[in-house]
Design a protein around this ligand. Structure first.
Ligand code: NAP
Ligand code: MG
Length: 482
């Protein structure tokens, strides 16, 4: 049925089943191939942000637990993993990839329950991409010398890895797969609100027969992460998260032997030129900022549209926004699921208020959202000044600022006027304009006539305060090698 006022189709709910998934009531730490209780016997609840119900209790690792994990990783590195034939290491990584694939539906449902993202995304994007990362790096494990010809390559040792909540399983894959392929062992900490798929991955790792201690999963809060960063026997810190924590990590590791890579925040510009295919651009804008509730480091959160087509584009964008479905993430019709946590929802709402106070004009889709759980309607701001807070700071939610420009030089200047430099998008009919813009934008990734496309073979990472080091592709492998 199509409602007349919003031009929106009404679909019957189509809920993904949850009967096939298995969750324990309580999760311990995965250290040295075993499930061990945290020393301080502390646990915290992981909740479903779509309805605020508790899913499981998760162990909160303290410094002494992290120490145990690092010691296990060191032993496994020295005694087993670094001595193993590379082709045998590859077999384990392939096995993990295949086991993940076999349980893809279970992973997708748990990712959605724990993090709030629409099931369509976890099923079609997060989980397949995570599997592909393991497959991709498994393929390189016994070809390191071919990957870096005329250089002698050597693993680093023990890698400490800390990941955020926006792509929990995918970030775990980005971290673990290249580290193992390069011959390192791992201590990984998932984000506090989304530990469950990393713990499921630990179950698969157990099933794969990977030697004990090669991968250790320690769950916890920020202090658990800090214990990893400060542990003296770690050779490499790989961090994905906020710029604020990234700066703390940089300070803590300065002057140590630790090799560091930081994937941090963003405020990416999505640029629409007057010759762009408008309907396609609208889809790209929607995908760029509303995908995963805007919980995307490289979200196209600043839209720059050429003045001559601004009215048309904004009109089309508003119309498209009206047809987005906000609600239960387990429903296959849902486009925009739940915000990951109450804190994040409050942060987003704070920025929306700032935008209003700054005098920008807000448009928010008028739709019903569930009363229980954390939800945010897709929001755009027009009439935004370049210097305004909402155009400068990362909001990490489904909130888009829109500005106009007249000339290419002007938009390059505006797009680059940001402390961040993670990604950008360019929409135009002309190849020459794409090349001109992409070469001048200070961003790690620039998409042309598309947005938010990822592939294990292509490197990803930022400029400026978006961090340093690259993940994915051969660059991602290099980050784990001497
Ligand atoms: P966050 O607060 O920085 O947390 C990231 C991870 O670091 C979490 O596991 C967190 O644990 C841990 N942590 C917190 N304080 C720490 C400390 N002092 N020392 C060591 N670890 C610590 O970031 P977030 O809010 O989870 O994630 C959102 C941010 O990640 C955004 O800024 C986004 O742009 C960025 N991000 C970047 C990329 C990229 O590739 N560039 C990809 C995804 C996300 P707790 O969860 O327990 O606090
Ligand atoms: Mg949760």
């Amino acid at each position: 049925m199509k409602t007349e006022d919003t031009n929106k189709w009404e679909y019957a709910p189509s809920l993904e089943g949850t009967k096939h998934i298995q969750l324990k009531e309580k999760y311990d730490l995965f250290i040295d191939g075993k499930w061990v209780k945290p020393n301080a016997d502390r646990y915290f609840a992981s909740i479903n942000p779509a309805n605020e119900e508790k899913l499981a209790d998760i162990a909160w690792a303290s410094e002494s637990d992290v120490d145990l994990a690092v010691k296990a990783a060191r032993r496994a590195y020295v005694d087993v993993w670094s001595k193993m034939k590379a082709s045998d290491r590859a077999k384990y990584i392939f096995r993990i990839a295949r086991l993940m694939q076999e349980r893809a539906r279970e992973f997708a449902v748990i990712e959605t329950l724990d993090g709030g993202k629409p099931i369509r995304e976890s099923r079609d994007i997060d989980v397949p991409l995570a599997c592909n990362h393991f497959f991709y790096y498994a393929g390189w494990a016994d070809k390191l010398q071919d990957a870096f010809p005329n250089r002698s390559v050597e693993s680093l040792g023990v890698a400490g890895q800390i990941i955020p909540w926006n792509f929990p399983l995918l970030m775990a894959a980005w971290k673990i797969a290249p580290a193992l392929a390069a011959g390192n062992t791992v201590v990984l900490k998932p984000a506090e609100t989304t530990s469950l798929t990393a713990l499921k991955l630990a179950e698969i790792i157990e099933e794969s027969g990977l030697p004990p201690g090669v991968v250790n999963i320690v769950t916890g809060h920020g202090d658990t992460g800090a214990a990893i960063v400060n542990h003296p026997d770690i050779d490499k810190i790989a961090f994905t998260g906020s710029t604020a924590v990234g700066k703390l990590i940089q300070k803590a590791t300065a002057g140590t032997r630790k090799k560091v890579s930081l994937e941090l925040g963003g405020k990416s510009a999505n640029i629409v030129l007057e010759d762009a295919p408008m309907d396609q651009a609208v889809e790209g804008i929607v995908n760029g900022i509303f995908f995963n509730q805007g919980h995307v480091c490289c979200a196209g959160s600043r839209l720059y549209v050429q003045e001559s087509v601004a009215d048309e584009l904004v009109r089309k964008l508003k119309q498209r926004m009206q047809s987005l479905y906000v609600g239960n993430p387990l429903d296959k019709n849902t486009d925009i699921g739940a915000i990951n946590s109450k804190e994040q929802l409050e942060t987003i709402e704070k920025y929306v208020q700032i935008g209003i106070k700054e005098g920008a004009e807000m448009f928010q889709v008028e739709c019903e959202v569930p009363t229980k759980g954390f939800y945010c309607r897709p929001t755009i701001f027009t009439n935004v000044a370049q210097s305004s807070v909402i155009a400068q700071e990362e909001i990490f939610g489904p909130v888009l600022t829109i500005q106009t420009f007249r000339t290419i030089d002007e938009v390059i200047q505006k797009a680059n006027n940001s402390p961040y430099g993670l990604a950008a998008g360019v929409w135009t009919d002309k190849g020459s304009r794409i090349f001109n813009l992409t070469s001048k934008l200070r961003a790690g990734v620039v998409w042309a006539n598309t947005y938010n496309k990822f592939d294990p073979a292509s490197p990803f990472g930022g400029y400026k305060e978006s961090g340093f080091g690259r993940e994915g592709g051969l660059h991602g492998l290099e980050a784990y090698l001497k």
